[in-house]
Design a protein around this ligand. Structure first.
Ligand SMILES: NC(=O)c1ccc[n+]([C@@H]2O[C@H](COP(=O)([O-])OP(=O)(O)OC[C@H]3O[C@@H](n4cnc5c(N)ncnc54)[C@H](OP(=O)(O)O)[C@@H]3O)[C@@H](O)[C@H]2O)c1
Length: 292
């Protein structure tokens, strides 16, 4: 069994590769230079030559605000390149795992979104990721769409690293308290994504750590666990205008993941505690590179 992982220099792809390595599985992880997602021919040639059994497609245009101004690039990377990957997977008989997002949903109300709940992205990024999902399920039968949310890993940038950086120079930070969701620790998600990919329970899944919170609650827990005195001032989304609109409700129902035999992830508070330890260990190992 040969795996191909895109986006291994990002948060999730990095931990997927580490987990494949840990299990002694065969994989290849093309960089942007090896398989640029702007280039259909290069995608096609690379995938055809490698001929993987499973493609775990983590690479994406993930700059949510910038996507509002670079919609053409976001569509190219998230929708069109995914469509090319899906078509090649069909031709070579590979299973495709496409990583998607809570931002495909409109985020109204307070209910947990089921995997088939009506979509309605609020921003360009969400719309392009939804188009990627549609390309995957309209091309393939052997696919997994795995929606994750509020991602944090030791590799790359995320909200928690931003909070730690802000705490260095600020006594208090204002953080949005009316967007509710569940954080996803990549080290918890990666083994489950690989487990799921080895089943034949094809379809769409939600995968996050257990329990919900607001960004403000997440920031408070970061500072509490890090023993930082920084105060979190909860504010509303309306008080913190961003280029891209964000859904207020990112609660996602994970029932069908359990039905596929995949264990639930630990609560986000537990994940955060382990993450901060892992981050510190990594920073001590590579003082120049892990503080991104
Ligand atoms: N971050 C979140 O909060 C979040 C939430 C929900 C869903 N997701 C989804 O989860 C997946 C993983 O996200 P992440 O946070 O791990 O991503 P990330 O850290 O932003 O990494 C993105 C990866 O995609 C690669 N990439 C971007 N443009 C490319 C291009 N044109 N050609 C080839 N490679 C390209 C990047 O390569 P370089 O290093 O060369 O730039 C990097 O490896 C994505 O599908 C994302 O949409 C993320």
């Amino acid at each position: 069994m040969k795996y191909l992982v895109t986006g291994a220099t990002g948060q999730l792809g990095y931990d997927i590769v580490r987990e494949l390595e840990r299990r002694g599985l065969t994989y290849i992880a093309p960089t942007r230079e090896d398989m640029p997602l702007e280039d259909d021919k290069r995608i096609e040639a690379y995938l055809t030559t490698v001929a993987p059994d499973v493609v775990i497609h983590c690479a994406a245009y993930t700059a949510v605000d910038k996507a509002e101004d670079e919609a053409d690039i976001a569509w190219r990377i998230n929708a069109e390149a995914t469509a090319v990957i899906a078509r090649v997977c069909r031709r070579i008989g590979a299973v495709l795992v496409y990583i998607s997002t809570d931002y495909v949903f409109p985020g109204d109300g307070e209910e947990f979104y089921g995997v088939n709940a009506p979509k309605g992205p609020k921003n360009v990024y969400g719309a392009t990721k939804l188009a990627g999902e549609i390309a995957v399920h309209s091309s393939l039968e052997r696919y997994f769409i795995v929606r994750i949310s509020w991602v944090f890993g030791t590799n790359g940038n995320n909200f928690i690293k931003t909070m730690l950086r802000l705490a260095e120079k600020n006594e208090q930070v204002k953080v949005v308290a009316d967007q509710i969701g569940s954080p996803t620790y990549t080290a918890d998600a990666a083994p489950r994504i690989i487990d799921l990919a080895s089943t034949d329970y094809y379809g769409t899944y939600h995968l996050t750590n257990e329990e919900t919170c607001s960004w403000a609650e997440l920031a408070m827990e970061v500072f509490r666990l890090s023993k930082l005195p920084t105060l979190v001032v909860p504010i509303s989304t309306a008080e913190y205008p961003t280029r891209a609109k964000r859904p207020l409700n990112s609660r996602m129902d994970k029932k069908n993941l359990m039905s596929a035999g995949i264990s639930s992830m630990p609560a986000w508070q537990d994940a955060l505690r382990r993450y901060l330890i892992a981050l510190e260990a990594r920073q001590n190992q590579e003082p120049d590179s892990a503080g991104a």
